[in-house]
Design a protein around this ligand. Structure first.
Ligand SMILES: Nc1ncnc2c1ncn2[C@@H]1O[C@H](COP(=O)(O)OP(=O)(O)OP(=O)(O)O)[C@@H](O)[C@H]1O
Ligand SMILES: [Mg+2]
Length: 250
């Protein structure tokens, strides 16, 4: 089975403070892999390193077998990696469709020099419309994104990450701040749009994690303390002690 994303010996320090310590992680191509752990464990920092937004202090990152440890966000995006953030990041005053057009434009190679050619292009519009359809927001295409409900804005956020056709998705707490019904719908959406892709998802909602993930890794104080199937993680004594607590996930 091929590995989409491989981390070896990842360390990250902010000044003298170690935040990630000797992190090894292998995400298989096409799997849905959840990263869980307490607040401050280093989950979002790990995403920043994978996505090229920050540099690891030590260690190696490979995407589809290529050493990407020192690549920029833009270079990683061109190689098919997309990331959504813990907080919603849509352009509130732009229409939903224009938000999507921006994301499609930004994902086009060499767009900087010939943006005029792309703006209004049928290819950009077709792709933007296709992604809106996939995330269920077609009916809101002409609405200002800021007028959408919170859950809809998170769906749009997901669509922005998908716009460039990435094969590997990093989603940071996509259901944060949602009620149970919204969260369940968001997880179904993620399940459908991630079909055939590799997904690494940070998620606190254990029902969501255990229903969505093929495998789960647990990060505690900057270390991966366990990786396994949802069933194995649920039954792991060290994980229960460090994170799940008694009664959670039963
Ligand atoms: N730029 C930075 N400079 C200094 N410390 C940082 C920086 N970014 C994160 N940290 C620290 O690193 C630790 C890990 O933070 P991180 O945001 O990665 O945790 P997390 O697991 O995503 O937590 P949460 O579940 O709350 O989102 C925290 O103690 C945080 O304060
Ligand atoms: Mg975080």
């Amino acid at each position: 089975m091929s590995i989409a994303l491989q981390l070896r010996g990842i360390e990250k320090r902010f000044g003298a403070t170690p935040v990630l310590r000797d992190v090894d992680l292998a995400v298989r191509a096409g799997e849905r892999h959840a990263l869980i752990g307490p607040n401050g464990a280093g989950k979002s920092t790990l995403f920043s390193l994978i996505a090229g937004a920050q540099r690891a202090s030590a260690g190696r990152i490979e995407l589809m077998g290529e050493d990407t440890t020192r690549l920029s966000c833009a270079a990683l995006a061109r190689r098919g990696l997309a990331r959504s953030f813990q907080t919603t990041s849509v352009f509130a005053r732009l229409s939903v469709l224009d938000n999507m057009r921006c994301a499609v434009l930004a994902s086009r190679r060499g767009w900087g020099g010939c943006v005029d050619r792309w703006i209004g292009s049928r290819h950009v519009d077709a792709r933007a419309t296709q992604v809106l359809e996939a995330i269920g927001l077609s009916a809101f295409a002409e609405h200002a994104a800021g007028m959408l409900s919170y859950a809809e804005q998170r769906a749009l956020d997901l669509g922005l990450a998908l716009a460039g056709g990435a094969h590997t998705l990093l989603l940071d707490e996509p259901t944060a701040g949602m009620n149970r019904a919204e969260s369940a719908r968001a997880i179904e959406l993620i399940r459908s749009v991630s079909a055939g892709k590799t997904l690494l998802i940070i998620e606190h909602d254990m029902d969501a994690v255990f229903s969505l993930a093929d495998r789960v890794s647990v990060l505690v104080q900057g270390r991966v303390i366990a990786t396994g199937t949802p069933e194995a993680i649920r039954a792991d004594a060290a994980v229960r002690e460090a994170y799940l607590g008694s009664g959670v996930g039963q």
